[in-house]
Design a protein around this ligand. Structure first.
Ligand SMILES: [Mg+2]
Ligand SMILES: [Zn+2]
Length: 491
């Protein structure tokens, strides 16, 4: 693979945004821009600037003024030790219909040809939708900076950057972590059809740095050690993600505790030990917030693990998750592996289970309200008091965190991944009812168990790495409901 390039927008990304910057004296670097560019350069990445300058086409200033501006920019950057590999300009007006005005890809194609880099492998950084769309248009990794018009663009749901960061400094940090992973590492994703697994698959499919391999259940039974070891020996992954396992809500946990502990223990033990035998250095394993004590102080941080009794119905499941965490830590200690346990808040999203027996609280609520609407029921009765607080994490947000963690060398201990916002079950029920369109009464059956009173995770460690849960709960529920309806219609 050739040298990777960072494709940068100019105004609002490197230079302070001035409405039609026309004079060298107006050129000013955004705070932190030089530092970020220096870090990117130090990673061996090429730096190229692509800028739309329709003011030329409009006759507001000429080519000579533009060149003077770029000389000044390169002088300021040069003083900071930064050398740009190229500056490419589209001088046309939007209505000229040229092929080079961003988000059109013509200018980037030219830069890639002249500088000899692969467009899919580059990082495109900018502060506007046209920058992100340009990157998406060529299958590159996109980074939206909140400088310039970026704060505005970040609020626009149609702007779908892979990462949203404060400035070029933070962009360099993210890119550094992405780069840390070996080029095109082979990744075995165990459990690719589940809620978390399918989100990971979506996330990783767009990234050329991982070649994701999966196996159907018929091909590898994860409960069989021989089958798992044979598969790992054959597929030779560099990294493994364990998104497989038996999951479910209170009902399933209380009815089938043996399956919950046995299957999860076997899957973890087979995959972790098998990964080690196959020489796999990196592995992501999933814990669960039910590993925290029932009466844990909130928000729950790693220091609260193992400080009190667990919630009873989920204890067999939680114990299996504990074993998985401990396996990872033990292999790291004895064999120097980097097997990391991610402890997520309750995950939801497209791919969720709506089986009444398996569903967790959110998917169960969606189904209940949906059926109430279909059956024109005047009311819906829910278990418990509605008072417990829960934190929900959209599966795609978790997948983004996992990608970051997979490429990260600094994190050695288990890490919480939470959205940072919690709702009571009552608030949650109201949002779901509204999304689904249920207008009747919601009743609470307080004779039924509530589960833990509160469960919110201290996610400060992953937030310090620049990750944030980006999906608003209501949006996430609406997306999940749409998926549920599609499944209903297709079955
Ligand atoms: Mg800009
Ligand atoms: Zn053009």
């Amino acid at each position: 693979m050739g040298r990777r390039f960072v494709v940068l927008d100019r105004d609002g990304t490197i230079l302070v945004e001035r409405h039609y910057l026309s004079e060298p004296s107006q050129v000013e670097l955004i705070t932190g821009a030089a530092e970020g560019l220096r870090q990117l350069q130090a990673m061996g990445l090429g730096l190229v600037v692509l800028t739309n300058q329709s003011a030329i086409g409009r006759g507001m200033f000429d080519q000579a003024a533009l060149e003077a501006i770029h000389r000044r920019m390169q002088e300021l950057l040069g003083a900071e030790g930064i050398r740009l590999d190229g500056v490419y300009v589209c001088p046309h007006r939007p209505d000229d219909g040229c092929a080079c005005r961003k988000p059109k890809t013509g200018l980037l194609e030219r830069a890639a040809r002249e500088l000899g880099f692969a467009m899919r492998e580059c990082f495109v950084i900018g502060d506007k939708a046209c920058d992100i769309d340009l990157g998406r248009g060529v299958g590159a990794t996109t980074v939206l900076v909140r400088t310039g018009y970026g704060a505005q663009a970040a609020e626009d749901p149609s702007v779908r950057a892979d990462y949203t960061v404060e400035d070029l400094r933070e962009a360099a940090q993210i890119i550094g972590r992405v780069q840390a992973v070996a080029e095109r590492a082979r990744l075995y994703l165990a459990g690719h059809t589940g809620l978390v697994g399918s989100a990971l698959r979506r996330r990783l499919a767009g990234q050329s740095r991982y070649e994701t391999v999966v196996a159907a259940r018929a091909e590898v039974d994860l409960l069989q050690q021989d089958a798992v070891e044979a598969w790992l020996a054959k597929s030779r992954p560099d990294a493994v993600i364990i998104a497989a396992g038996r999951v479910g809500g209170i009902l399933a946990n209380s009815r089938r505790p043996a399956e919950f502990i046995y299957e999860n223990l076997m899957i973890e033990a087979n995959l972790i030990h098998g990964a080690w035998k196959a020489g796999v250095k990196r592995l992501l394993n999933f814990g669960s917030s039910c590993m925290y004590p029932l009466a844990s102080p909130q928000p729950m941080g790693l220091e609260h693990l193992m400080t009190g009794p667990l919630e009873e119905t989920s204890e067999p499941y939680a114990m299996a998750k504990w074993a998985g965490l401990s396996l990872c830590e033990a292999y790291n200690r004895q064999y120097g592996t980097r097997y990391l346990t991610v402890i997520p808040a309750t995950v939801y999203g497209p791919g969720d289970s709506f089986d009444p027996d398996e569903a967790h609280v959110l998917s169960a609520l969606i189904r209940k309200f949906h059926e109430a609407v279909e059956g024109e029921s005047p009311d819906v009765t829910l278990w418990g008091t509605g008072r417990p607080r829960r934190e929900f994490l959209f599966a795609d947000d978790l997948a983004e965190a996992c990608e970051l963690l997979l490429g990260c060398d600094e994190v050695a201990r288990p890490i919480n991944v939470g959205s940072g916002t919690s709702r009571t079950i009552r608030e949650l029920a109201e949002i779901v009812a509204d999304v689904v369109g249920f207008r009747g009464a919601i009743r609470w059956d307080a004779s039924r168990p509530d589960g833990a009173p509160a469960k919110t995770l201290d996610a400060s460690a992953i937030q310090a790495m620049g990750w944030r849960a980006r999906t608003d709960l209501r949006d996430g529920i609406a997306q999940t409901y749409r998926w549920f309806l599609e499944q209903q219609n297709s079955s």
